[in-house]
Design a binder for this molecule. Structure first.
Ligand code: RIB
Length: 294
């Protein structure tokens, strides 16, 4: 069994700011860091740190090889990462004193997938394997199509949400993980339990998870609704918490944990991640997470 994560790799330009910049305002940052990020890369790092093998399918500018080296050092198989001559994807991230963020994305290499590159990277994948995918790369409909045809198990985290997500074959996803905003846009309601009931009706065979930030997470599966509260922690930076959750949830499923334990482990990992700065660098290892569950 292999997890193939078709996902973005970003260079995160992270600015610590006294408050998120307002329209028309010029604001000096308090500090600046250049870090590994991208929802795809973060989720691969989270799967690896959670203890499961993961193969990242991605694209990045040759000049930013250091980011791929960091993924490898975290335990990610990077043999399916293409180094290209163009620019890498990057994100301009502001983090305020409460740990909240705002993010501007530039797709760069993440938007240069083709059907043939995806077919070639996924050629050895089979129905034993997982496709993990987010919404920061182009041609995700092609990746989903290939995975469906191969009978792969699919975990989809449609972040950031766009209007075309609803037209994708979501009913073929084994697991769909959304935050409140993404869920609202898919289901057209703002009440979390109503949203889950609505999505469960539309996608009856899919395990649905809704992350609720500092309020924890909800899971709906086979008619059962499970809630897990978040740990109370000192928040430094919320960037990448959702990605940590997704990676830990998948690795926990693969390890054979039941739904409630997967939810608990993913919530703990996400809570620990917000106590540190950065996206990928803040993802805790399994030892730190599992110490909370003994
Ligand atoms: O989810 C956090 C990530 O979103 C950041 O690492 C940034 O690169 C953007 O993709």
């Amino acid at each position: 069994m292999t997890v193939y994560n078709v996902g973005s790799i970003n260079i995160d330009l992270v600015y610590q700011v006294p408050h998120l910049v307002m329209a028309g305002e010029t604001l000096s940052s308090l500090s600046m860091n250049t870090l590994l990020g991208g929802k795809g890369a973060n989720q691969s790092v989270a799967v690896a740190r959670a203890g499961s093998p993961v193969c990242h399918v991605g694209r990045i500018g040759r000049a930013d090889h250091w980011a791929v080296d960091q993924m490898k050092a975290a335990g990610v198989d990077i043999t399916h990462v293409d180094l290209i001559d163009g620019a890498s994807g990057h994100a301009i991230i502001q983090v305020d004193n409460e740990g909240e963020n705002s993010i501007i994305l530039h797709g760069g290499a993440n938007q240069s997938f083709t059907r043939s590159s995806l077919e070639s990277h996924l050629q050895d994948a089979s129905s034993e394997d997982w496709l993990l995918i987010q919404n920061e790369c182009n041609d995700i409909s092609v990746a989903l199509d290939i995975a469906v045809n191969k009978g792969m198990k699919i975990m989809f985290n449609p972040a950031p949400m766009t209007a075309d997500v609803a037209a994708l074959p979501l009913e073929r996803c084994a697991v769909l993980i959304v935050n409140e905003t993404e869920a609202e846009s898919l289901a057209g309601s703002s009440d979390p339990t109503q949203i889950l009931a609505h999505l469960a009706n539309r996608y009856p065979d899919t395990l649905l998870v809704m992350t609720l930030g500092s309020k924890g997470a909800l899971l709906q599966h086979s008619g059962q609704l499970i809630r897990h509260d978040a740990l109370v922690v000192d928040v430094v930076d919320t960037t990448g918490a959702g990605d940590t959750f997704v990676g830990y949830f998948l690795a926990s499923m693969i390890a054979g944990l039941d739904d409630a334990s997967c939810l608990q482990r993913a919530c703990t990992a996400a809570a620990l991640s917000v106590t540190q700065s950065g996206a990928a660098p803040s993802i805790p290892d399994a030892k730190a997470v599992d110490a909370f569950h003994r």
